[in-house]
Design a protein around this ligand. Structure first.
Ligand SMILES: Cc1cc2nc3c(=O)[nH]c(=O)nc-3n(C[C@H](O)[C@H](O)[C@H](O)COP(=O)(O)OP(=O)(O)OC[C@H]3O[C@@H](n4cnc5c(N)ncnc54)[C@H](O)[C@@H]3O)c2cc1C
Length: 249
C-alpha cells in the first residue's frame, strides 16, 4: 500500500535504523523522480530521512487524502480549519462559504500552511517511548489566491467531486450561478512543499528487543459502510456503482 517503493532512494522511504544501515538503492527502472527543492522552511528536521520532496510522491499523498487542514493567522490568532480539497496539476484548490472566516481572511492573500495526513498504522514498540505511527503527510506553504474565472472555479468543483466519487459530477445537478457565486475557491500553488513518510516496524532500543512484550504494527485503513438510501430518494432509482461498491483507491 505504500507509495513509490520502487522509485526513490531507500533512504527516503524507510525511517530510522533500517535506512541508516542500508546504502541508497535504485530500482532497475532507474527513474529519477522530479524534486521540489526543499527550502529552509520545508526541510524536515526531525527524522530527516523521512522527508520526501519528489513531486510524484507528494501528488500521490494529496490525491489519496480528501480532507486538508488550512492554517492561517487572523488578528494574531492562529486558526486551523479542516476542509475538502483537490489537486489539479501543480495547485491545490479548497473551498468554502464566501462568508467563512477562513475564506474572508485567506482570500486577502495571507500566508497559509495546508497539511494533509494519511494514517497507515499504529506502531507498537516494546517500550512506550518508542511507540509511533506509520503515516504519509504533506505540508504546503504559500499564499492562496481567490479563483475568479468561472471556468477554473468549475474545474476545481468538479475535481472535488470526482476525486471522491468518480462519476458523481455528471449524475448530480451541477452548480447554478447563485451557488457558484456563494462558493469561494482558493488556489495554492504547490511550490514550497514537503512530504514525510514513516513505514515499517517499530524501532526499539537494542536491550528492549529481549523483553517479552508483543511488538508490531496494526495497519489502519478507511473502510466505507453500506450506503444508506435517503428516505426521500425514490426507491426505483438504482444505487450507483460508486456508492454500492465505494472504494478508496
Ligand atoms: C500522524 C502523525 C503523527 C505524528 N506524531 C508525532 C509525535 O508524536 N511526535 C513527534 O515529534 N512527531 C510526530 N509526527 C511528526 C511531526 O509531523 C513532525 O514531523 C515533527 O514533530 C517535527 O519535525 P521537524 O522538526 O522536522 O519539523 P518542523 O521544524 O516543525 O518543520 C520543518 C518543516 O518540515 C516539514 N515537515 C515537518 N513535519 C512534516 C510532516 N509530518 N509532513 C510533511 N512535512 C513536514 C514542513 O515543511 C515544515 O515546515 C507525526 C506525524 C504524523 C503525520
Amino acid at each position: 500500500m505504500f507509495i513509490h517503493a520502487d522509485l526513490a532512494p531507500a533512504t527516503n522511504q524507510m525511517g530510522g535504523r533500517e535506512a541508516a544501515g542500508s546504502a541508497p538503492s535504485f530500482s532497475m527502472r532507474c527513474i529519477v523522480p522530479e524534486t521540489i527543492p526543499p527550502t529552509e522552511r520545508t526541510r524536515v528536521v526531525r527524522e530527516a530521512q523521512r522527508g520526501v520532496y519528489d513531486r510524484e510522491s507528494i501528488h500521490k499523498i494529496l490525491d489519496e487524502g480528501f480532507v486538508c487542514h488550512v492554517g492561517f493567522s487572523a488578528n494574531g490568532q492562529p486558526y486551523v480549519i479542516p476542509t475538502l480539497f483537490a489537486r489539479v496539476g501543480d495547485a491545490l484548490y479548497f473551498h468554502g462559504s464566501a462568508a467563512s472566516r477562513m475564506l474572508r481572511n485567506v482570500a486577502d492573500g495571507i500566508p497559509v500552511c495546508v497539511t494533509v495526513t494519511l494514517t497507515d498504522g499504529f506502531v507498537l514498540a516494546r517500550s512506550v517511548f518508542n511507540h509511533s505511527m506509520n503515516y504519509r503527510s504533506v505540508v504546503a506553504l504559500g499564499k492562496a489566491t481567490l479563483v475568479d474565472a468561472p471556468d477554473e472555479k468549475l474545474t476545481a468543483l468538479r475535481a472535488f467531486t470526482e476525486k471522491i466519487l468518480p462519476g458523481r459530477w455528471n449524475d448530480a445537478r451541477q452548480p447554478n450561478e447563485k451557488e457558484l457565486k456563494s462558493t469561494s475557491i482558493l488556489r495554492l500553488p504547490l511550490t514550497e512543499v514537503s512530504a514525510k513518510i514513516r513505514t515499517g516496524p517499530p524501532e526499539d532500543d537494542v536491550p528492549d528487543y529481549a523483553l517479552p512484550v508483543w511488538a508490531g504494527v496494526i495497519p489502519l485503513r478507511l473502510v466505507p459502510g453500506a450506503p444508506i438510501r435517503d428516505e426521500r430518494c425514490d426507491a426505483s432509482i438504482p444505487t450507483p456503482a460508486y456508492a454500492a461498491h465505494y472504494r478508496r483507491s
